[in-house]
Design a protein around this ligand. Structure first.
Ligand code: RB5
Length: 160
């Protein structure tokens, strides 16, 4: 499995720890920054990783910012991408098994590096299944994708 990983300046340290860990576990990891361009804001890093998933460069993504929230919000704006904040092992596992998320996000100011490694392992070591319990999950994921298609053509009246 090929994994794309990205962080803003607040997540660089955790990103580097996860790259070392996942590489040692045998994953092929592609680093989408930030590295030498520390001014890059999190939405741009999220977009790079999500584009890489949609283009088939990598299979899954892990995005890290201060809270994990901005990365998650951005990733979910990218057509076809399902992203979830996953800062405990159960959520990381369910992100793939229930939600068929291609991306998990984490907050470097929220999660410790050992738990982050376990979350990454839990997410990457499972596959979404369309049979058994997976069948019911798949129907819900299909509905998410349908909503995405419907919403694509509507214009928001209120920006909050
Ligand atoms: C800093 O820009 C902080 O907002 C960012 O790292 C992230 O936590 C956003 O959601």
């Amino acid at each position: 499995m090929k994994v794309g990983i990205g962080a803003d300046i607040n997540g660089v340290h955790l990103k580097d720890i996860l790259i070392e860990h996942l590489t040692s576990e045998g994953y092929e990891v592609v680093d989408y920054g930030v590295r030498d361009d520390l001014e890059t804001i999190y939405p741009n890093v999220a977009l790079r990783v999500c584009d890489a998933i949609n283009e088939g460069e990598v299979d899954r993504g892990i995005l890290i910012c201060g809270t994990g929230l901005g990365m998650c919000i951005t990733a979910n704006k990218v057509n076809g991408i399902r992203a979830a904040v996953a800062e405990d092992v159960y959520s990381a596992e369910r992100a793939i098994l229930s939600n068929r998320a291609q991306v998990i996000t984490m907050g470097a100011r929220v999660i410790g590096s050992e738990v982050a490694k376990e979350c990454a392992d839990a997410f990457l070591s499972h596959e979404f299944s369309m049979v058994g319990h997976g069948k019911a999950s798949n129907a819900k994921v299909e509905r998410i994708m349908e909503i995405e298609r419907e919403q694509h053509s509507s214009q928001p009246m209120h920006i909050g």
